[in-house]
Design a protein around this ligand. Structure first.
Ligand code: RB5
Length: 154
C-alpha cells in the first residue's frame, strides 16, 4: 500500500485530521508533516515538508491543504520534481494523475466540504499515470523546470 505524506497550514487543521482518518480507513500509511495547531503556520513550510518526503522517496504521493489550496500548490510547484495540482472536484484530481502524473494534490479547506475532499483524495490515490501521449508533455514540464525552455521551440 502507498505511503502518503500530508501537510497543511492553520486554515486546514480540522480537515487534515478528517482526511488522515479517512486515509487510515482506506488502509494507507500516512506521514503527517503539517501543523496540528490552529496557531498561524506558513503554508510554504508545509509544501516543503511534504515535497521533501516525496523527493526522498519516503512517500509516494502527497496531499496539501490550506485555506484555498492555492498558496500551498504554488509553493510546492517551485520544488524540483514536484507536479502539484490544485483542484476542487474529483474529476480534475483523477485527470491530474492520468494526464499530468501529478505527485501532489492540493485543495482548500475553505473551498470544499469533507465529502468532496474525500472524493478528491480517493480519485487521486487510486489513479495511475496513463503515459503514452502524455509522457512527452510531462517531460516538457521537466525540461521547463531544468532548463527554462523546451527543445525544439523558440
Ligand atoms: C491563510 O490565511 C491562507 O492565506 C492560506 O491558508 C491559503 O489560503 C493561501 O493560499
Amino acid at each position: 500500500m502507498k505511503k502518503i505524506a500530508i501537510g497543511n497550514d492553520h486554515a486546514a487543521v480540522e480537515m487534515k485530521f478528517k482526511i488522515v482518518e479517512y486515509l487510515n480507513e482506506l488502509g494507507y500509511e500516512v506521514i503527517n508533516v503539517g501543523t496540528d495547531s490552529e496557531d498561524s503556520f506558513d503554508y510554504p513550510v508545509a509544501s516543503f515538508n511534504v515535497c521533501k518526503l516525496i523527493n526522498e522517496k519516503k512517500a509516494e504521493l502527497g496531499i496539501l491543504i490550506c485555506g484555498t489550496g492555492v498558496g500551498i500548490s504554488i509553493a510546492a510547484n517551485k520544488i524540483d520534481g514536484i507536479r502539484a495540482a490544485c483542484v476542487s472536484e474529483a474529476l480534475s484530481s483523477k485527470l491530474s494523475r492520468e494526464h499530468n502524473n501529478a505527485n501532489v494534490i492540493c485543495f482548500g479547506a475553505r473551498v470544499v466540504g469533507l465529502e468532496v475532499a474525500k472524493d478528491i483524495v480517493k480519485n487521486f490515490l487510486e489513479t495511475d499515470f496513463l503515459g503514452g501521449r502524455h509522457e512527452r508533455r510531462v517531460s516538457q514540464i521537466t525540461e521547463l523546470e531544468n532548463k527554462g525552455s523546451i527543445d525544439g521551440i523558440k
